[in-house]
Design a protein around this ligand. Structure first.
Ligand SMILES: [Zn+2]
Length: 300
């Protein structure tokens, strides 16, 4: 459980700002609400908070906590912001004086110039969106996972994979397969989260992929999502995000999505038991190695 942002060393808020509240405060409130819900309704799930207090935690530290705990899911809670809409309107004209020429040719002239008033309107953007790591950037995630090699070593690693050297092409292939699997799982969970939000009437801004700016999604060796719970720059949404009811509703949606995800995952794994193993077999690795070879020849 990753509550976005936090209070910095200098005491300032890190994150988006509303008319009276701050993103980091809402993130922590929603995250705490969710932790409580998991504790009450799904006590078998172990929750690790990467930012348990109002104090900010560096991103690499958050990823490290998640990876060291061998998390099955990484959920980031954030609040969105939209820049104000800039407008200008014609308010009249003004006569200005200017001069042309030099010396005795110097002439005084006048011209009329339009006068504008510049102002900004609050951006009406609202709703929730859930981000996953961009699939086109899977190479980056794969790299991150290679750096996090020990994390890939599950308890039954040897049983499943044998003695694969973490620096070998086989290991890279394995990381790639894992990345693909994480991508599918992240996308599925993100879809479930948005479904739940839509059910309670939140504006559904859909699942989105982002290749930059969401470093933690890349650095975590597990399925990961980032939920933008709403817009702090929209007055009605700011009130909603700060209300106990709003926070409980958001947390409830995410909890139900996780429950649906677990059911989905169990069905998937059952299906795999009957037909094909969930874990990559020798043929999968061989296919992936061919892919890597082709990719490398391509980029040479
Ligand atoms: Zn944020």
């Amino acid at each position: 459980m990753d509550a976005g942002h936090g209070i910095m060393e200098n005491g300032g808020h890190n994150g988006a700002k509303g008319s009276y509240s701050f993103e980091d405060e809402i993130c922590l409130d929603v995250s705490k609400e969710l932790v409580k819900k998991f504790h009450d309704e799904m006590p078998d799930i172990r929750i690790v908070e990467t930012r348990p207090t109002e104090k900010i935690v560096p991103l690499h530290k958050r990823a490290q906590i998640a990876n060291e705990n061998k998390g099955d899911l990484f959920i980031c809670i954030h609040v969105n912001a939209a820049v104000p809409i800039r407008r200008s309107e014609l308010v009249g004209h003004k006569t200005v004086t200017y001069y042309t020429g030099k010396g005795k040719n110097r002439k005084k002239r006048t011209k009329t110039v339009p006068q504008y008033r510049h102002y900004s309107l609050p951006n009406p953007a609202k709703g929730t969106e859930t981000y996953i790591w961009g699939s086109h950037k899977n190479e980056d995630k794969e790299l991150a996972m290679r750096e996090n090699a020990p994390m890939l070593q599950e308890d039954d690693y040897k049983v499943n994979y044998g003695d694969i050297d973490p620096n070998s092409p086989e290991f890279i292939a394995l990381s790639l397969l894992k990345t693909k699997q994480y991508f599918k799982r992240s996308a599925t969970l993100a879809g479930f989260v948005q479904d739940e939000f839509a059910k309670v009437g939140r504006v559904d801004r859909d699942v989105r992929q982002r290749g930059v700016g969401i470093w933690v999604l890349q650095a975590t060796a597990m399925p990961s999502i980032l939920v933008e719970t709403g817009y702090i720059t929209n007055k009605a949404e700011e009130d909603y995000l700060n209300s106990k009811e709003g926070q409980q509703e958001l947390a409830g949606c995410i909890l139900r999505a996780v429950r649906t995800y677990i059911d989905w995952l169990e069905k998937q794994q059952q299906g795999n038991d009957n037909s094909r193993r969930e874990r990559p077999g020798k043929e999968d690795i061989a296919a992936m190695l061919r892919e890597i070879e082709q990719y490398e020849q391509h980029s040479r």
